[in-house]
Design a protein around this ligand. Sequence first.
Ligand code: LMR
Length: 398
Amino acid sequence: MWQNIEAAPADSILGLTEAFRNDPNPAKVNLGVGIYKDEQGATPILQCVKNAEARLIETEESKVYLPISGAPAYTENVQKLLFGEESEVISSKRAITAHAPGGTGALRMGAGLLKTFFPEAKVWVSTPTWANHTGIFSSTGFEIAHYPYYDETHRSVDFQAMLMSLRAVPEGDIVLLHACCHNPTGVDLTLEQWHQVVAIAQERNWIPFLDFAYQGFGVGTSEDRCAIELCAEAGIDFFVASSFSKNFGMYNERTGAITVVAANQASAAVALSHLKKTIRVVYSNPPAHGGLVAATILSDPELYDLWQQELQDMRERIIAMRVALVEGLSSRGVDQDFSFITEQSGMFSFSGLSDEIVAWLRKEKSIYVVGGGRINLAGLTASNIDYVCDAIAEALKS
Ligand code: LMR
């Protein structure tokens, strides 16, 4: 049956992790997949998650199916975190949320819902964007278009080009935006720039679809939601795909959410009815555990504070690693100015390392970096930073 079918290429990010696991070199370093590592190079379970899990084991009484959209305690708390407790979007009930399996599941369910009613729409993604965005929307049947985002020369957002492109997006098309911690570049819009983007969405009547997988990895959970708040204030229809993989470290619990913000409560109810239909035929209803853990933490002031502290620790360690990498390269006499790495936000840096250097690092040094030069700063630790800096310096000088 399969003899005439060619094997698919390995995934550009998760495929690296497979290759890394099989690499026998004891010095190997994985700077590929976006997973947080602590100073010891481990990805431990957050203490707030452990405490919530202990509580759940005590109190959980049944494993019956959840509603199609997930546990109400989860979806209500997701909305509070996304919009802020006092948001008009919540009090007017014009947003609906469904628990989806991770950010990918959330994007896919949002895409499925949109495809049902707007089959001719195009989906616009930034250049560059997370590799899976294109796969998710094109496998749903959407045509993909691109808007300029990253200015390689200035290592910043090419905002004028982006604006020009967004002004030309036809009414009814979908524009995928990274709410914070742009993946892969680490370069975000300023608040003022977000104002302009949201004004264009309002004027041109295209649909913003915000991917919000890194809330809390930029400045903080409230600060990082500014794009969501501006869309909410504008009163436009929009979508948010959010995830607790990174900020709760619950990567394998597949705990995400798709939120649809509509004009009013009645429209939101219609959206929910169709979102439930979309979900029902794909995974029926979500897995419970991660959602219950998140709901427990988000609704308990003590656990919430512990979570905020742990999230701050992760954020600050990544910032410290940005500084260590820049200083490490400069102290090795590398000519290029890498100081832009400290200006970027979130887990990633678009390092500017060429694909040749990325391939050399993997082959010669067992250092795994995503093609295009995206480095996961959270994979750097005090024990591997010198090795990585030595290797990059050697690659750049040779
Ligand atoms: C990443 O970009 O590394 C993460 O979002 C993990 C993934 O699924 O690609």
